[in-house]
Write a protein that binds this ligand. Structure first.
Ligand code: PLP
Length: 386
């Protein structure tokens, strides 16, 4: 259970991220347990969810691979100790420099998102006289039941190669001398709590595989992407996502061929619940019909509420007043969307009270900006604060 060392927080400048490494380790241990029966399951942590070096190092220590979406993420993964042999690299628009960085470091595989990119990888691999492993990211046209801004596997999204072009893309890849075609990659979106979306993906992959087999194509690796969601409403009751159900749906539905390897790219579900944004109440302002609890953290520190309409649980960790009041908890930024929660019930809150904005470990610190010339929030772990 998450506990906040408030006495120690008092000396730290707010706002800051607090990472509970016990929750992180328990989460990683669960993933290791749930996948250890299947020697052919490989989990890559999606670096973009949280790239704090201290967090990356802990994740690398549990033997996970890394899923990167930029050249700098590849470098960050290597610096944190992820072996190059477990790094996969996706992204719709990798630059030449980024591709060369991957080639020079001998990463496991490029998840190639277009036929155009395939030819560029060929050219750059040839310039280094190397053969490069490539999986093709296919857009499976499977709808995920999540926010429209975070679906990625629909034909209307920019990601991947259209399903209907799969065969053509594979034939192209097989003809390129410096490319080794090693499999197919999919990723349908993020914050998916409806396990049946993953079942639908697995079924789509089965159909595709059957069709390709008829054409004489064999697939060594299937990468099903990431997207497993977390319980933002009840972080204390559900600190660890339901990895059992997640892996079980693939084990039950995805029909594997002999020696076929399955790759997973989990981001949010690994780091979401271990992180909290800690902020201080500047004061409570009385509006015409509302009370605004104005805090020193804003959308520059955590943009998810403004960007996706995300709702994070907010807890006053300084006061346990029995008087419950309704607040709009808002930040200091000059934007009307700089609101964390509206009409939100909390114990009566006063200037100086510390608030915990929970479930902020994923897509939090990593998306912070310096908008309004603000400082970037610092991320501290349990060990830093001891
Ligand atoms: C973002 C992303 C992931 C991770 O998604 P989560 O929802 O955080 O698990 C996995 N694969 C790719 C290609 C991604 O872009």
């Amino acid at each position: 259970m998450i506990s906040y060392p408030i006495d120690k927080f008092k000396n730290i400048e707010t706002p800051f991220y607090y990472y509970d490494t016990d929750i992180l380790r328990n989460t990683l241990q669960t993933i290791v347990e749930e996948t250890k029966q299947s020697a052919n399951y490989h989990v890559h942590y999606a670096i973009k969810a949280n790239a704090n070096p201290k967090i990356l190092k802990i994740i690398a220590d549990y033997g996970l691979g890394a899923d990167c979406v930029s050249g700098n993420e590849v470098s960050a993964a290597l610096a944190a100790g992820f072996p190059a042999s477990k790094i996969v690299f996706a992204g719709v628009a990798k630059t030449d420099r980024e591709i060369l960085n991957g080639i020079d470091n001998d990463i496991f595989c490029f998840n190639c998102e277009s036929i155009e990119e395939l030819h560029i990888i060929q050219e750059l691999a040839a310039s280094r006289a190397k053969t490069v492993r490539v999986a093709l990211r296919i857009n499976p046209n499977v709808k995920a039941d999540t926010h429209a801004n975070i679906t990625t596997g629909l034909a209307e999204n920019k990601f991947g190669i259209p399903l209907a072009d799969t065969e053509h893309a594979i034939h192209q890849a097989e003809q390129l001398p410096n490319i080794e075609f090693i499999g197919l990659h999919f990723h349908i979106g993020s914050q998916i709590l409806n396990i049946s979306d993953f079942t639908a993906l697995a079924k789509r992959i089965n159909e595709l595989q059957e069709h390709l087999e008829g054409q004489g194509v064999t697939i060594k690796n299937i990468n099903v992407g990431g997207g497993l969601g977390i319980d933002y409403a009840n972080p204390e009751q559900t600190p660890i996502p339901d990895f059992k159900a997640y892996f079980a749906t693939f084990a039950e539905t995805l029909i594997l061929r002999e020696n076929q390897q399955v790759h997973f790219e989990l981001g949010r579900s690994v780091v979401g619940q271990m992180g909290t944004l800690i902020a201080r109440t500047i004061f409570v302002k009385k509006g015409t019909n509302k009370k605004f609890c104005i805090i020193d953290a804003g959308m520059s520190d955590l943009i998810r509420p403004a960007l996706y309409g995300a709702v994070h649980k907010v807890k006053n960790i300084s006061s346990a007043s029995p008087e419950i009041r309704k607040y709009d908890v808002v930040g200091p930024i000059c934007e009307s969307s700089d609101v964390f929660v509206k009409d939100y019930e909390m114990p009566e809150t006063h200037r100086g009270d510390l608030l915990a904005i929970m479930s902020a470990g994923a897509y939090g610190e990593v998306m912070a900006s310096q908008y309004n010339c603000r400082n970037l929030p610092i991320g501290y772990t349990t060990e830093d604060i001891k």
